[in-house]
Design a protein around this ligand. Structure first.
Ligand code: FES
Length: 581
């Protein structure tokens, strides 16, 4: 049974917390005394966090908050405290700068980063799931929660927008908490000893841990209180939470999506329609044809996968998944209507535009999925130029969504379509029983200046990529991959070279790299950076960054990244380099 494990408040924002046995909760308020005091930062730039916090100053762990005559105090831990920083301006200035001030807030709303949230909930079993995947112990106190709970891993994300009873009180869950660098600071030592946002991104496919809540029904709260989700909905709270200044983009929120329809497209291939509860707030409005969604927490250890959106209408979207041996596709194929998934997106590079003088789609197997939304966009725009779809399957049992593709192409003024079935006799009318001539297709498309869209199994994509490189049309190539995190791709061994100076220009980080630091992605993450990286295997291209100066050594075939760019997950420096990230 889900229950409350412990309760904490942080009397001085950014500093050590204090355990509480019992907390009286009031409607719309946070814990009494939580973050009631804050120390402003000297010379804070506009838009930056105005208070001392671990994100910007890990040394805060070296100070000890306390209490004297009911008032908060703050002392150095070592060697011998010289006085209370909160009441001694000279001491405060010595540690935090001459312009620092102590500010108080006594309304039980505390100095939080957002106006609408004064309570945070951390599920210790979600933290445990991350610990297990990382192979280290993560202290849940890194997440500076108020209410620590023991519940099914990730179940807290499923409560978004709902009322949840905590003992006698009821809370509405208003927004997931996107984690920042503060969680990378060891609360005991003050060292930045692990990159929690990057690890969340790697293992769960998003950077959220915990949820914000509001008190809807007052009551006292204590450790051991039972937690139960209710049928109460708080849509108006979500609407405010989505728009509050600095709230992360809705598309990045892990949110519960209901399976509203399942269509068996072919043996072992099914489409799943998901209703997005945030669609009414605009989560699907920014969708661009060819983008993906990610589905998260498919298993209790956090398995997540990205799938191309194969259809979108109103508040629902469709993914189409071929059953394989992987945990992700197995979980999708075990779903039933009425069940719930956790969803983020749509997101991903924009691989589609209407300005090309022609479009060629070369796809294979389940790689047909991104073609649907791209063709739909072309039809809706009354695209006047040639569009050619060349699709290959082994046998008719592998054919999914073909009727939709045929219908869409039929609505284009210059649409052409070809289906190649490579094994057995196909009973499909018009099907061609041999493989397409990829080289001829690509050469023709290159001469027309066509955009070339490719999606299919890795070997198929590699073959087309080679033809595109030979035709000197890499800049018009749009690869849609369905790589999973850490897909098993053969990478070359990191050569014995270096050390080299690596500068990440936008982050202002320069550090010395050597082969044991691994790929540029691993190196950047070890330096505290968080880069978008979906597959970490050189396939999806989300980690691509411009190389401003110097040379990289790619660990997979040249031509995988655009000229002048590096796939951070599959490259190492070959000289001192500067990278635009
Ligand atoms: S993360 Fe996918 S190519 Fe690097």
């Amino acid at each position: 049974m889900a229950h409350v494990v412990s309760l904490f408040r942080y009397p001085i924002k950014g500093f050590e917390g204090e355990r509480l046995d019992c907390v009286p909760l009031e409607y719309g308020k946070g814990f009494p005394g939580d973050r009631a005091v804050a120390i402003t930062r000297s010379g804070t730039a506009a838009g930056a966090a105005p208070y001392q916090q671990l994100t910007t100053n890990p040394a805060l762990v070296h100070f000890l908050p306390g209490k004297s005559l009911g008032a908060a105090t703050l002392h150095e831990r070592q060697p011998v405290p010289r006085g209370d920083l909160l009441t001694d301006p000279e001491l405060l200035a010595e540690f935090f700068g001459a312009q620092s001030r102590v500010v108080h807030r006594n309304d039980c709303l505390g100095h939080w980063d957002f106006d609408d949230s004064a309570l945070s909930i951390i599920n210790v079993r979600t933290v445990q799931a991350l610990s297990t995947l990382m192979g280290v112990t993560i202290d849940p106190m890194r997440f500076r929660g108020n209410i620590y709970i023991d519940a099914e891993p990730f179940s807290e994300f499923g409560w978004l927008g709902k009322g949840v009873d905590f003992g006698q009180s009821r809370l509405s869950i208003i927004r997931p908490i996107k984690r920042c660098r503060a969680t990378s600071v060891n609360p005991q030592t003050g060292e930045v000893d692990m990159n929690i946002p990057a690890q969340l991104n790697r293992h769960f496919g998003h950077m959220y841990c915990g949820v914000y809540a509001q008190v809807e029904q007052a009551g006292s709260l204590q450790s051991g209180d039972r937690i139960s989700s209710t049928q109460a909905h708080y849509g108006e709270r979500l609407a405010i939470a989505a728009k509050v200044p600095r709230a992360p983009a809705l598309t990045t929120w892990p949110r519960p999506a209901e399976v509203v329809e399942i269509v068996e497209e072919a043996p072992g291939i099914r489409s799943v329609w998901l209703r997005d509860p945030l669609a009414m707030l605009g989560s699907l409005d920014s969708f661009v044809a060819g983008q993906h969604v990610a589905v998260h927490h498919l298993t209790t250890d956090g398995t997540w996968r990205r799938y191309t959106v194969s259809g979108i209408e109103d508040d629902r979207l469709r993914i189409t998944v071929k059953q394989g041996s992987g945990a992700g596709s197995q979980a999708i194929h075990a779903l039933k209507t009425g069940q719930w998934l956790h969803l983020t997106g749509p997101s991903g590079p924009v691989t589609f535009g209407l300005d090309a003088p022609a479009n060629l789609f070369i796809t294979a197997g389940i790689g047909i999925t991104p073609t649907i939304t791209k063709l739909t966009a072309l039809v809706q725009a009354r695209y006047p130029h040639p569009v050619r779809v060349v699709h290959t399957v082994k046998c008719s049992d592998d054919l999914a969504l073909w009727d939709e593709v045929t219908k869409l192409v039929g609505q284009l003024s210059q649409g052409a379509i070809a289906l190649h079935v490579t094994e057995g006799n196909s009973e499909i009318e018009g099907a061609i029983n041999y493989r397409p001539d990829i080289s001829a297709l690509v050469t023709d498309a290159a001469e027309r200046g066509a955009a070339i869209h490719v999606c299919g199994p890795e070997g198929f994509q590699g073959q087309i990529k080679n033809s595109v490189v030979q035709a000197d049309a890499v800049d018009r190539l749009h690869m849609d991959s369905f790589a999973t995190p850490d897909s098993p791709v053969e990478m070359r061994k990191i050569p014995e070279c270096g050390p080299f100076q690596v500068t990440f220009s936008r982050s202002g980080v320069t550090a010395s790299w050597q082969p044991t630091d691994g790929t540029l992605l691993s190196f950047a993450e070890a330096k505290g950076m968080v880069l978008p990286a979906h597959c970490r295997a050189g396939i999806c291209q989300t980690c691509e960054c411009a190389v401003l100066d110097g040379k990289i050594i790619p660990l997979i075939d040249a031509g995988s990244a655009k000229s002048g760019y590096a796939l951070m997950c599959a490259s190492v420096p070959g000289t001192d380099i500067s990278i635009d990230c």
